[in-house]
Design a protein around this ligand. Sequence first.
Ligand SMILES: Cc1cc2nc3c(=O)[nH]c(=O)nc-3n(C[C@H](O)[C@H](O)[C@H](O)COP(=O)(O)O)c2cc1C
Length: 356
Amino acid sequence: MSHLFAPLTVKSVTLRNRIGVSPMCQYSAEDGLANDWHLVHLGARALGGAGLVIVEATAVAPEGRISPEDLGIWSDRQVEPLARITRFLRQHGAVAGIQIAHAGRKASARRPWDGEGQWPIGDRGWATVAPTAEAFGPGLERVPQALDEAGIARLQADFVAAARRSQAAGFQWLELHFAHGYLAHQFLSPLVNRRTDRYGGSFENRIRFPLETAQAVRAIWPQEFPLTVRLSCTDWVEGGWDIAQAVEFSRRLKAIGIDLIDCSSGGAIPGVKIPLVPGYQVPLATQIRREAGIATAAVGLITEPGHADAIVREGQADLVLIARESLRDPHWPRKAALALGQKDALSGPVQYGRAW
Ligand SMILES: Cc1cc2nc3c(=O)[nH]c(=O)nc-3n(C[C@H](O)[C@H](O)[C@H](O)COP(=O)(O)O)c2cc1C
C-alpha cells in the first residue's frame, strides 16, 4: 500500500517520498534572476527531506510577472542562476520542479510588503493583458488589454520557450500554472472570459488557450519528464468554473499527455468565501483522480503528518504539497517521518546526523 514515505515514480522520475514543497512566490528577484535567497530558501527544503521542490511561479514574459520582483524565465540569462539551484536540489535528493506562469490581468502588482494594488505604469508597473478588457476588481483595478489571436499565439510561444529553458536549467518536473485567477484561469472561468471568438463562450472555447498551450509544451518537453498542471478546480461561485468542468478539462489534459493535476482552487473572483478547513481542497484532488483517471496532488492546509499520510494511503491523492507549513519548518518531512515511525525513510545530510 502507498503511504507518505513510499517513493512515487512518474515517467522516468522518482520522488523519494510523496511530499512536495508547493510553489511559493518569494518576490525577491531582480530582472527575474534567481539569486542567493532562492538558492538558500529552496535548498533548505531539499535538506529538510522533501521529495519534490517546486520553484515559485516563474514568469514566461516580463509583463506576466505578478510583481516586479518575480522570478522570470523569458531570457537565456535567467537559466544559469536557476541551474545552480537545480544542481543543489538534486545533490540533496530532491527532484527539482518549476512552475511557469503568466499573471494576465493580475500582473504589475506590489509585492505584499510594498502595500496594496498595482504599480502605476511607468513607475515600476506596466500595461497588462487578459482574455477580456475587464479589471479584476478592488486592489487590482487596471483594465487589461484584450488579447488578439496574434497575442495569444505569442504567449503560447513564450510558454514553450520557457519550458525549453526549464529543461536547460536542469528541471525534471514542470508545472503549468493554470490556477489562482492568473492568465490561463482567466480564460477558463466563464465569469472572467467574456470573449465571443473561438477562445471564449462555450466550455470547448474557454479551455482552448490552456489546452493548446499544454499541448505545445508537451510537444517539446522531454517525454520522460513529468508535465503537470495546477488548476483552480472551482471558483467557489455559482455560475463560475467548477469541479465538473475541472474534471472534464483534466480528462482532456490527460489525453494530450499531462501526467498529474495539482488541485488548488479560487483566485479568479474577488471577495469569494472559501471554506478554509484542514485539507479543504483534498476532495477536489480525489474527485479528479477518480473521475479523470489521472494522478493528482493535494494542497491546502495540510500540516499534520497523519493527515498527509492518510491522503496517500486512502488514495485521495498521489502526492501532498506543503506550502506555509514548510515555511514554518523546512524540516517538516523529516519530523513527519519520525512521527509516523518511518525514521529510516529519510537519511538526512551527514552534517546534520547528530540532530536526528
Ligand atoms: C508566500 C506564498 C507564495 C505563494 N506563491 C504561489 C505560487 O507562486 N504559485 C502557486 O501556484 N501558489 C502559490 N501559493 C499557494 C501555495 O502554493 C499553496 O497552494 C497554498 O498556500 C495552500 O497551501 P498551504 O495551506 O500548505 O499553505 C503561495 C502561497 C504562499 C503562502
